[in-house]
Design a protein around this ligand. Structure first.
Ligand code: XLS
Ligand code: NI
Ligand code: NI
Length: 440
């Protein structure tokens, strides 16, 4: 089999002074930071759909990038295999150890689901063969339950019992393939699990059915030996006006309400946080404090645009805050999936590599800087100091649940008026972040 990305070498770490566009400036896989290598901290993954599928097509124009990878006709099994060849060559050249997929990213969908499933068996055999002798693995799999017209009214939330069965069939097969490829996780992104208008929607009914589908998936997954995490990937809108997995707090509440919280965690996508009018850091923090920070879809949105632009992450400030949360949470059980795509005018093979180099270097820098922030200690020291009134006296009694409302009231009445809380020192803290970010 011939080289697809001919002329593109293995991408190596050359350090921050390198001007080689096909080299890492910050991602040094074996470098140890806070006791772990960079590649252990940052299990990067390639998203099959964007990297091997997205060709730049948008609402206003056709594709700009050729993603046939040498296949004579697209949308065939020959093309599906060419994508596998391209994907493995790409991952090997970048030192990426994981990939993520939707069922229909792997093979063209047939009219009869039995034929689609047969194609999935064939392609997963081919992928398994490719995996041999490499350390490339599946990070997570998922079923695309939003593109096919049958899912126009949702998948788990559909009004059609027959469509619900097709959703179940796709989840079952995607789980089979995920397990076959040794996947660490399985994602539910609620693509069309939401509504356009409440006038035609029974929200309670729809949410109960989504939970049913998830319970059935957990039961089936566990029965075939899937020991990894299931994930919800929150997103507030797009394609639906309102999606039920609005943000991490909403999704966590849903999981607890329906008894799914032991099997599920969050897969947090930066661009979805932006759409929910949260920071990426906020979504990670909410997930982490609830013990549900599982995996990350590494991309970024544009605060000036109200849709999911899936840009490769370049914002080091945000990546630093994200890695600060990840380090504080003790790392991810999942990984960093580049759910990101090249801009439409960046249509060459080189651009695909530049994009991953950018994303990987951004998170590597974020990791380096977040570790420095933690080692610097000033921010953590201040947070400790800020809440120190709860460490002794009446504050400690509150924390220990050792005091009644009346006793607290008596304490306050006796004081007459409290001193103001200590300053929040936001500007001081922000200057520490800048100091750490730009200290060399
Ligand atoms: C879309 C989502 C999707 C999921 C996987 O906005 O990000 O790509 O990651 O279905
Ligand atoms: Ni995503
Ligand atoms: Ni997205």
């Amino acid at each position: 089999m011939s080289e697809i990305f001919a002329g593109i070498p293995e991408i190596k770490f050359e350090g921050k002074d390198s001007k080689n566009p096909l080299a890492f400036k910050y991602y040094d896989p074996k470098k140890v930071i806070m006791g772990k290598t960079m590649e252990e901290h940052l299990p990067f993954a390639m998203a099959w759909w964007h990297n091997l599928g997205a060709n730049g097509v948008d609402m206003f124009g056709r594709g700009t990038a050729d993603k046939s990878f040498g296949a004579s006709t697209e949308g065939t099994m020959e093309h599906a295999k060419a994508k596998v060849d391209a994907g493995f060559e790409f991952m090997k050249k970048l030192g990426i150890k994981y990939f993520c997929f939707h069922d229909v990213d792997l093979v063209p969908e047939a009219d009869d689901i039995n034929e689609t499933n047969r194609r999935l068996d064939e392609i997963s055999d081919y992928i398994l063969e490719k995996m041999k002798g490499t350390d490339i693995k599946c990070l997570w799999g998922t079923a695309n339950m939003f593109s096919n017209p049958r899912f126009m009214a949702g998948a788990g939330s559909t009004c059609s019992a027959d469509v619900f069965c097709f959703a179940a069939a796709q989840v079952k097969k995607a789980l089979d393939i995920t397990v076959k490829l040794g996947g660490r996780g399985y994602v539910f992104w609620g693509g069309r699990e939401g509504y356009e208008t409440l006038l035609n929607t029974d929200v309670k009914f729809e949410q109960e059915n989504i939970a049913k589908l998830m319970h059935l998936a957990v039961d089936y997954g566990r029965s075939i030996g899937f020991t990894g995490d299931f994930y919800i990937e929150p997103k507030p809108k797009e394609p639906m006006k309102h999606q039920y997995d609005f943000d991490a707090a909403t999704a966590i509440g849903f999981l607890r309400q329906y008894g799914l919280d032991k099997d599920f965690k969050m897969n947090i996508e930066a661009n979805h946080a932006t759409l929910a009018q949260h920071t990426f850091q906020h979504e990670l923090r909410i997930s982490a404090i609830n013990g549900m920070l599982g995996s990350i879809d590494a991309n970024q949105g544009d605060p000036l645009l109200g849709w999911d632009t899936d840009e490769f992450p370049c914002n080091v400030y945000d990546a630093t805050m994200a890695m600060y949360e990840v380090l504080k949470a003790g790392g991810l059980t999942g990984g960093f999936n580049f759910d990101s795509k090249n801009r439409r005018p960046s249509y060459t093979y080189e651009d695909m590599f530049y994009a991953f180099i950018l994303g990987m270097d951004t998170f590597a820098l974020g990791l380096i800087k977040a570790a420095e922030m933690i080692e610097d200690g000033r921010i953590d020291d201040f947070i400790k100091e800020r809440y120190s009134s709860f460490e002794s006296g009446i504050g400690k009694k509150i924390r220990d649940d050792a005091v009644s409302l009346k006793e607290l009231s008596d304490y306050a009445l006796n004081m007459k008026a409290p001193a103001l809380p200590i300053s929040g020192k936001q500007e001081y803290l922000e200057s520490i972040v800048n100091n750490v970010l730009f200290n060399n």
